[in-house]
Ligand binder design. Structure first.
Ligand SMILES: Cc1ncc(COP(=O)(O)O)c(C=O)c1O
Length: 350
């Protein structure tokens, strides 16, 4: 049965209220795009198609699982890009034949620096990752050769990613039939909705389906499932972005120490709220404290200093101290004030 006090965070469920209430808004997906099951699969398909001889330059604060997967397609180099600081340009040592992965980290950047960098480096192929805000002003006015966004981080769909070329270049199509992970994830979303509605569904049932689905989807370059393809044009994306942004702003206003500079450019829909603790021990204690109160905060992203990692000490240090407060379109004022209360009971500092 659902908990007495609702959970905050965790995987999206399916709720038809996220659909447009009336038809006919301008299409938000970029011209010439291809849809994939996953962002990682889309990036990998593009790198294989480009077959550039050089290296793939990856931000040092990034999803290590995705970086490791892409290292199968191209040798990696790292440049420094820390949360709130933007890329450190002098660490981007890319030359002709190289590909640079740029990112809109936590949806709080405007891409102005990248625009200049792209103009100044016409022999380097830049691939922008807009997964944290796929419909930001930057994403929609990009001048990069290629761009990608994983969709299920911000939209309530079981799978999906969009790959496009802001310059109008060809992008590869997904491979083969669908991935069974799409169906597993959709089933989990439907059962979670029933559980939230008080139906006798065991939580383990949909959690297991979610996890099996994610496992099956990992790095898939298949097309998205039928559900995602059919629902994407019907989603009220503007409404979802506005609701998520309003909730992010409301939570930020209740937390001490969120600087104006970290808020992101006009028109941005920031990707939730990130906190930095004093050290890894207090971060892990805070994660556990939040979980005890039904607030499931993920970590974007862990770096294993002794395993696959960027080798950037500052990035590894931030990775040890960061957590993401799961504030998205699903929250209302009650969830925002509950989160702020649970945080202040812990004595968290931003
Ligand atoms: C910033 C970013 N880009 C791309 C991806 C890859 O997306 P997907 O999980 O759809 O492969 C992830 C996944 O965590 C991500 O965090």
């Amino acid at each position: 049965m659902p908990p007495e006090v609702g959970e905050i965070g965790s995987e999206f469920h399916w709720d038809p209220a996220v659909l447009l209430s009336k038809e006919a808004t301008p299409p938000l997906l970029p011209a010439g795009h291809q849809l994939y099951a996953t962002g990682c699969g889309a990036m990998s398909a593009l790198l294989r198609r480009l077959a550039r001889p050089g290296r793939l330059h990856v931000p040092s604060f990034f999803c290590m699982g995705v970086a490791e997967a892409l290292s199968q397609d191209m040798p990696l180099a790292w440049y420094q890009h820390l949360p709130g600081d933007g890329p450190r340009w002098e660490t981007v040592h890319a030359g002709p034949g190289d590909v640079v992965l740029a990112q809109n980290l936590f949806g709080r950047e405007d891409g102005a620096g990248w625009r200049g960098w792209i103009d100044a480096h016409p022999d380097v192929t830049v691939l922008e990752d807009h997964s944290h805000d796929p419909f930001s002003p930057w994403a929609r006015s990009s001048t990069a050769p290629y761009a990608v966004a994983s969709l299920r981080k911000t939209l309530p769909v079981p799978d999906g990613a969009v790959l496009w070329s802001p310059r109008g270049l060809d992008v590869p199509a997904p491979a083969g039939p669908g991935n069974e992970g799409s169906d597993l994830k959709l089933t989990a979303m439907l059962l979670k909705a029933a559980w939230l509605d008080g139906r006798p569904v065991a939580k383990d049932t949909f959690r297991t389906l979610q996890q099996r689905g994610e496992q099956a989807l990992l790095g898939s370059d298949a097309p998205p499932g039928a559900f995602t393809s059919a629902v994407l044009p019907l989603l009220d994306i503007a409404g979802l972005r506005a609701a998520a942004t309003g909730n992010v702003r409301a939570l930020e206003s209740l937390l001490p120490g969120v600087s104006a500079g970290a808020r992101g450019p006009a028109g941005a829909a920031p990707f939730r709220v990130q906190l930095f603790c004093a050290d890894q021990v207090s971060r892990d204690e805070l994660l556990a404290h939040l979980a005890r109160h039904g607030i499931f905060a993920p970590v974007h992203w862990r770096q294993d200093r002794h395993g696959f990692s960027s080798g950037d000490d500052e990035a590894a240090d931030r990775a040890e101290r960061i957590l993401t407060l799961p504030v998205d379109h699903r929250c209302g004022p009650a969830e925002i004030s509950r989160m702020a209360g649970v945080l202040s009971a812990f004595g968290a500092r931003v």
